[in-house]
Design a protein around this ligand. Structure first.
Ligand SMILES: Nc1nc2c(ncn2[C@@H]2O[C@H](COP(=O)(O)OP(=O)(O)OP(=O)(O)O)[C@@H](O)[C@H]2O)c(=O)[nH]1
Ligand SMILES: [Mg+2]
Ligand SMILES: [Zn+2]
Length: 288
């Protein structure tokens, strides 16, 4: 039995990196019965058969799993935001921040295309109190040294909307890489989903995962406490009159006081309320 890490999966075939080799494996039928699908980032054991086929036997316990993008065993989630086009979807960004933190993955915000930045987007980034934010440009190379330092020996996953420049960043970090990048649609100024599958690429003592862009996303079911723990802003709050305060319509709410004294952005708070209500809906449906 050998062990390796899945670097890519395409229609039932898994590419497993084992030392310097990459072995193409299928997964045993038993996975389907157990409802376990091996995913990129998984450590697996596999066996080579005399026929030349190789088969994954087991997925080793995961340190963490993300659903969007669907990858495992990540140290840092690099949430890539475009400083120009496509226009950032801040709700998607907030939800990605939440999902990373709930999976005990450190999120960092990477503002790419800083060479073509709109002032509005730069201002919105200031709303993200308490998170690491890096300004970079895959085009000019600005900020790439800092990004390299940040990646270090970590497993670093790039995530975000289509055409924010995830693959461009990867190409810029790897001197000889030439992964396909895509234009934006001229009419809609949106991405064309150039990267189709997640891929793990060794990088120094760590690795980078490039993933397909997406625009729709729901967080896992969360309690108010779990959700609140994802907002570093709330740490500055003085406390709420009611325990179990949802910070929506309750009187003497410490979180709402943050808004009046400018310690939390109104836009981020408004999205918090939407996410909180979505979670409440899901909680209700769970017990129906
Ligand atoms: N001005 C500018 N354009 C950039 C920069 N980085 C990427 N782009 C452009 O943005 C477009 C999309 O880049 P990609 O790297 O394909 O974006 P992606 O996030 O990988 O997109 P998907 O694979 O579809 O999810 C391309 O036209 C790039 O040339 C940058 O730093 N500055
Ligand atoms: Mg891409
Ligand atoms: Zn409150």
């Amino acid at each position: 039995m050998e062990q390796g890490v899945i670097i890519k999966g395409i229609s039932g075939f898994y590419y497993v990196k084992c030392g310097t080799n990459v072995v193409t494996c299928t997964a045993r039928g038993v996975f389907r019965n157990l409802g376990v699908t091996p995913i990129v980032g998984d450590y697996v054991t596999f066996e080579r058969h005399a026929s030349g086929n190789a088969q994954i036997n087991a997925v080793l316990p995961r340190r963490n799993t993300l659903v969007r993008p669907y990858v495992a065993n990540i140290d840092i989630l690099g949430i890539v935001v475009s400083a120009s086009v496509p226009e950032p979807d801040w709700m998607l960004i907030d939800k990605l921040l939440i999902s990373a933190q709930c999976a005990s993955i450190r999120p960092v915000l990477i503002l790419n295309k800083i060479d073509a930045a709109s002032t509005a987007t730069k201002q919105f980034m200031a709303d993200y109190f308490g998170f690491t934010c890096l300004n970079v440009s895959a085009q000019t190379g600005q900020g790439m040294e800092e990004l390299k330092d940040l990646i270090g020996s970590n497993i670093f996953c790039l995530a975000g909307q289509s055409a924010v420049g995830k693959t461009s960043i990867l190409n810029s970090l790897l001197p000889n890489a030439d992964f396909a990048i895509g234009e934006l649609s001229r009419k809609t100024e949106r991405g064309k989903h150039t990267t189709r599958v997640a891929q793990l690429i060794p990088f120094g003592d760590g690795a980078i995962l490039d993933t397909p862009g997406f625009s729709f996303f729901d967080t896992e079911y969360l309690t108010t406490e779990q959700l609140d723990a994802c907002y570093p802003e709330f740490l500055q709050a003085q406390g709420c009159r009611y325990s179990g305060c949802r910070h929506i319509s309750e009187p003497d709410c410490g979180v709402k006081e943050l808004l009046t004294c400018g310690k939390m952005s109104t836009a981020r708070y408004q999205r918090y309320v939407i996410i909180s209500k979505e979670n409440e809906m899901r909680r209700k449906h769970r017990y129906d």
